[in-house]
Write a protein that binds this ligand. Structure first.
Ligand SMILES: O=C(O)CCC(=O)C(=O)O
Length: 273
């Protein structure tokens, strides 16, 4: 059966398929946002295992990220299962199911200089397939001028696979990945069809794991908190490779390379139509 979600209209789905990205206004309700904001406070105070932090403890100029908390954090766990975000992801992808890959908290304190460099997500992840997307939900109002996301429209369909890079700009994410470097979108913006989304609290930006995207730091004077969840559809297979994110590796799962990842311990089935 074709999955559906009331907030995913025909036009929204068509935009996702052609552009590789779409915004769904008001995708997540205010109660979730308050819970995510306070979860972020807790996480900043007592970070989990999978954290990057450009300026520990600082109140400004700090990019803090924390991944893979759905097993241990009750807010993230309930959000994954109960917010409806999995069904929206499945509907957009045209998939009858949605499995969670991981959750990713991204906090940018006021006047954070470090941008999120232009990148594709797929080369960082140990999966292959076209039905892989993120649901990036902002807790705060965020403009493209200050801190929201931008995309190269249609780049999900280029069939490119760009080498992963570290987000702090100082070192390689991995030294053993042989791949084409991502194009210098920031340095030649006029040459690309760039689309950005200002967001209100609770808006979700859904985007393909194959699309080139980036974001400024935070030029504003308020914290920008976003929770991105990463979703796997029916066509996805396990594809561990040099440069894959180490939160879940080949040693953690019985899934064989090239197989559909039906491992509920690590990639739980959250939605099935
Ligand atoms: O929140 C950001 O600034 C970047 C988010 C991002 O790149 C992602 O969710 O894949």
């Amino acid at each position: 059966m074709m999955p559906s979600h009331p907030k995913v209209t025909h036009d929204i789905r068509e935009s996702y398929l052609s552009d590789g990205v779409v915004k769904i206004p008001g995708a997540v309700s205010g109660e979730w946002l308050s819970e995510i904001a306070s979860m972020a406070e807790d996480e900043l105070a007592a970070p989990g295992k999978w954290v990057t932090d450009t300026n520990p403890g600082a109140k400004t100029n700090r990019l803090f990220t924390s991944r893979y908390r759905w097993k241990t954090d009750s807010v993230v766990n309930r959000y994954v299962y109960e917010s409806g975000i999995a069904q929206m992801a499945a509907t957009l992808m045209g998939s009858s199911t949605a499995r969670l890959y991981f959750d990713h908290l991204l906090v940018k304190e006021p006047r954070t200089e470090a941008p999120t460099p232009w990148h594709q997500d797929i080369p960082y992840w140990p999966f292959w397939g076209k039905q892989i997307c993120s649901a990036w939900v902002s807790v705060d109002e965020a403009t493209v001028a200050e801190s929201s996301l931008e995309f190269v429209r249609g780049s999900h369909a280029w069939n490119s696979y760009f080498a992963p890079q570290a987000f702090d700009g100082s070192k390689n994410w991995t030294s053993d990945f042989q791949g084409e470097p991502a194009p210098d979108v920031a340095g030649a913006r006029d040459e690309f069809d760039i689309v950005g989304f200002d967001v209100e609290p609770g808006d979700a930006i859904f985007f393909s794991a194959w699309i080139l995207h980036g974001a400024p730091g935070n030029a504003g004077d308020r914290r920008r908190t976003a929770l991105s969840t990463r979703w796997l559809g029916d066509d996805v297979t396990w594809y561990p490779h040099p440069g894959s994110d180490p939160t879940v590796t080949d040693e953690d799962t019985n899934v064989e390379s090239g197989q559909y990842p039906d491992d509920d311990r690590h990639f739980p089935l959250v939605y099935a139509s």
